[in-house]
Design a protein around this ligand. Structure first.
Ligand SMILES: Cc1cc2nc3c(=O)[nH]c(=O)nc-3n(C[C@H](O)[C@H](O)[C@H](O)COP(=O)(O)OP(=O)(O)OC[C@H]3O[C@@H](n4cnc5c(N)ncnc54)[C@H](O)[C@@H]3O)c2cc1C
Length: 466
């Protein structure tokens, strides 16, 4: 697990830090921190920094620059995303005392339905709990007039503001250096210099280009295009077709790694991830019989109220820090395809911990923040292997039938014996690191069991049944 152990007193601050020569590169009472972006990474960073500073008796001034109004519906105020808050993140937040309010959680997800051309199978959560939350990042897609469910990003931003951060509803136009300190300029007001600048602007606003102006060595993340559509449906229609299950599609469509239909309150969110998802690919997915079974034609057309093609980080930034500058969340390092909000939490908390306890020099971030990013990057390499293996298996009909048979047979077994179901559950939900998923496939019995199910599923009688 990517745990950041033992906060808040993980380690004492350098004993004579106030007097030390490095003092200029440490945060002290009165230090100013500028955070560009009030998505999950910027809000988590500000929240943890201020909480830790308070415990250490340091008074910091934190400005969060975020021009979106997450309290208003519509695409301009939304950070485009599937809106699944993973099981592990829900638990980690609960241990921090951060509980997601019911008006933010549009639906608790209690199961996954896996759709393949050879059949469908429902995978229940091991303990039948609804611990995965489906949220909207803004206050809802285009067309929402009365806000019924609240924005997840607004909830986090409010949390940071309650801890003492100041939210400036301004867009950062340029950054520069002024007397060795990063300086942030917006359209309104005077440019402001900071003791630490936090880049939390994600990968979707072109904001990363701003940082070229700083001339630091960081190599930006690599991204690809994805797709999201929102379908507005009556809650009873959502319930009838999708229930409280996330519907995952493993189809043999080139370049498509993963697609899912996620039920919300009165919307269904379609998410498609892969390599450069384009119009043709989206159409061939929507035309497939598997999708038609759970989102029939009458639920489309004018019901499709919003769609976008956000970019997703598929390789993290290299050296996402410099003296007085640190990158968190998507614009630094995130998990491959899954649990981006969870990665924003982990990177933001690690960077805040480093800034408070070790200072804001490049060396402090290299020693105390970079290991968290590196661990995520290493796990992503395993994730790539898992996605490549899944793609290869999905090309082979006997393998697809074997997986289906194995998962179906496991549903009546106790949770510890549901080997394939747990592997798929963790891959789809992003609830466990990819390394853990890989290790589970190496446990004795996993491969023989799959081969046995493949053999049984391809018997002539089984074929006739299918
Ligand atoms: C199709 C798709 C589906 C996804 N589904 C999920 C999912 O189900 N679950 C999950 O956990 N993750 C998911 N993710 C990933 C998740 O969206 C990101 O990992 C997460 O949003 C990263 O948070 P962040 O704060 O780093 O960046 P963002 O959420 O992108 O926030 C960046 C913020 O910075 C602001 N900003 C940018 N430039 C400026 C500027 N110049 N001045 C001021 N503010 C600025 C923006 O307005 C924005 O609010 C998905 C991603 C995609 C593309």
């Amino acid at each position: 697990m990517f745990r950041i152990a033992g906060w808040p007193y993980r380690r004492a601050r350098t004993s004579d830090w106030a007097a030390s020569a490095r003092g200029a590169l440490e945060l002290d009472s009165g230090s100013r921190v500028g955070v560009i972006g009030g998505g999950p990474a910027g809000s988590f960073f500000s929240y943890f920094l201020l909480e830790m500073a308070e415990r250490m008796g340091i008074e910091l001034k934190v400005d969060i620059y975020e021009s979106r109004d997450f309290g208003s519906p519509g695409p301009a105020n939304c950070n485009h995303c599937g809106g699944i808050v993973s099981e592990s993140l829900v638990q980690m937040l609960a241990t921090e005392g951060i509980l997601l309010p019911t008006e933010v959680v549009q639906r608790g997800i209690d199961s996954y339905v896996l759709h393949m051309d050879v059949g469908d199978v429902r995978i229940e959560t091991p303990l039948h709990e609804k611990r995965i939350a489906a949220v909207h990042r803004g206050s809802g897609p285009r067309g929402v007039t009365a806000v019924k469910w609240h924005s997840f990003d607004k909830f986090l931003l409010d949390l940071a503001v309650k801890s003492g951060a100041r939210h400036l509803r301004e867009r950062v136009r340029s950054v520069s250096w002024s007397e060795g300190r990063p300086r942030i300029s917006t359209k309104a007001g005077e440019p402001k210099s900071y003791d630490l600048m936090v880049a939390a602007m994600g990968v979707n606003s072109g904001g990363l280009k701003l940082l070229d102006e700083l001339g630091i060595e960081c190599e930006p993340p690599k991204t690809t295009t994805t797709h999201i559509s929102e379908f507005f449906l009556k809650p009873e229609v959502v319930e009838r077709y999708l229930g409280s299950a996330m519907h995952v599609f493993l189809l043999h469509i080139p370049n498509l790694e993963f697609a899912a239909l996620i039920p919300k309150g009165s919307h269904v969110t379609l998410v498609m991830l892969g390599r450069e998802i384009n119009k043709e690919l989206i159409q061939s997915f929507l035309d497939s019989p598997e999708v038609n079974r759970c989102l029939p034609q009458e639920c489309r057309g004018e019901h499709r109220v919003c769609s976008c093609s956000p970019r997703i980080n598929i390789r993290g930034a290299v050296r996402p820090f410099a003296d007085r500058v640190v990158f968190v969340g998507d614009c630094g390092m995130t998990r491959l395809y899954k649990d981006g909000i969870g990665a924003a939490y982990r990177t933001a908390k690690a960077a805040a911990t480093a800034a408070i306890f070790d200072g804001v020099s490049a060396e402090a971030f290299r020693r105390h923040y970079w290991p968290t990013c590196r661990a995520i990057g290493a796990d992503n390499r395993i994730g790539k292997l898992i996605f490549a293996a899944t793609q290869t298996m999905m090309k082979l009909r006997p393998a697809r039938r074997g997986v289906l048979r194995m998962v179906s047979g496991e549903q009546c077994k106790p949770p510890e014996r549901r080997r394939m179901s747990t592997v798929l559950w963790d891959v789809f939900t992003g609830s466990a690191p990819y390394k853990e998923v890989l290790l589970r496939t190496m446990r004795p019995g996993f491969v023989p069991h799959l081969l046995w199910d493949m053999a049984l599923a391809t018997r002539p009688t089984a074929k006739a049944d299918a």
